[in-house]
Design a protein around this ligand. Structure first.
Ligand SMILES: Nc1ncnc2c1ncn2[C@@H]1O[C@H](COP(=O)(O)OP(=O)(O)OP(=O)(O)O)[C@@H](O)[C@H]1O
Ligand SMILES: [Mg+2]
Length: 295
């Protein structure tokens, strides 16, 4: 993507949804597109789907420009939208056959059956899509995005509102697609999910890229491991470690590595304080996210 911008005009007011977005995603990557509500994530995905027309900028997949090579571009990408939208009169199977038809695929039944199998929808094949539960509808949306076996798969909050078991299955499914060589772009508000799955993440804020890094690098730079503990008496003023005071006699301190943690415990012992309810928290994307969006 190069220099992508998009403004919406509503009620005489201009809303900049995307401002000068430029970055590229490597083939085979598992990429997280993160950001608060209204940051511009779905707008960016809309540009990929060509349902949103950018004011300026360029975008291409595997060398196919969205305007000049639209047919090839479209074959390269499968999009799982945030909103659930179906033709209410079709069965699951018909939905997928129709979608295949849009890509000129006549004999796609074997692949459709395979997709239904992995997404655990085989026994719903003949059911009307509108009668499915929310989680099942989401799985049909995923199958729909995959009928033409696109090298790039974009998922806009695929795990929003799905139960824990299905979420875990979807994680495995996405990881498996990625292992098979598909490039994945994932949007999610579950930062643990992004941390677990995404090798790289872009953090959008107010339509701009606020950070773009390897997940591990972001974690190192913006978040630290921390220890939380309670003390029965206050810390002395000249205590050698900087601890943050929390309510109810609790303290929090960030540390790097077990050596520093050991020295903290020794220092507490030296002033005759026994930490209670000791809890260790790992560096996490949630903290990274809050710090960057705050800044
Ligand atoms: N069709 C539209 N008309 C007017 N404004 C729009 C339209 N689509 C999006 N916007 C505005 O553009 C901004 C970005 O919206 P977008 O849906 O891309 O956010 P998002 O990052 O996907 O948020 P969420 O996490 O809530 O899904 C918002 O301010 C939104 O109100
Ligand atoms: Mg969105």
């Amino acid at each position: 993507m190069k220099g992508l911008s998009k403004s919406f005009h509503q009620g005489g007011r201009e809303k900049k949804a995307l401002t000068d977005i430029s970055f590229s995603i490597e083939q085979g990557d598992f990429f997280g597109l993160l950001g608060p509500n209204g940051a511009g994530k779905s707008t960016l995905i809309g540009v990929l789907a060509k349902t949103v027309n950018p004011d300026c900028g360029e975008i291409s997949i595997l060398g196919n420009d969205i305007n000049r090579d639209w047919r090839n571009f479209k074959m390269c990408v499968g999009i799982v939208p945030q909103e659930i939208t179906f033709d209410p009169f079709l069965s699951v199977y018909e939905t997928l056959r129709l979608q295949s038809g849009y890509f000129g695929l006549r004999d796609n039944n074997k692949w459709i059956d395979e997709l239904l199998e992995v997404l655990d929808l085989s026994d719903k094949k003949k059911d009307s899509v509108m009668r499915l539960s929310g989680g099942m509808k989401r799985r049909v949306l995923i199958a729909q995005a995959l009928v033409h076996r696109p090298p790039l798969i974009v998922l806009d909050e695929p795990t929003a509102g799905v139960d824990i078991a299905l979420r875990h299955r979807l994680w495995e499914f996405m990881e498996d697609l990625n292992r098979k060589g598909h490039t994945i772009i994932l949007t999610t508000h579950y930062l643990e999910e992004a941390e677990r799955l995404c090798r790289r993440v872009a953090l959008l804020n107010h339509g701009q890229v606020a950070a773009l890094e390897d997940t591990q690098v972001l974690l190192k730079e913006y978040s630290k491991d921390r220890v939380i503990f309670a003390l029965s008496a206050p810390l002395p003023k000249d205590f050698p470690f900087r601890c943050e005071k929390l309510p109810n006699g609790f303290y929090s301190m960030s540390y790097s590595g077990p050596e520093e943690l050991r020295r903290l415990l020794e220092a507490l012992e030296a002033v005759d304080l026994k930490p209670e309810g000791l809890e260790l928290g790992k560096a996490n994307l949630e903290e990274v996210f809050l710090r960057i969006t705050d800044e």
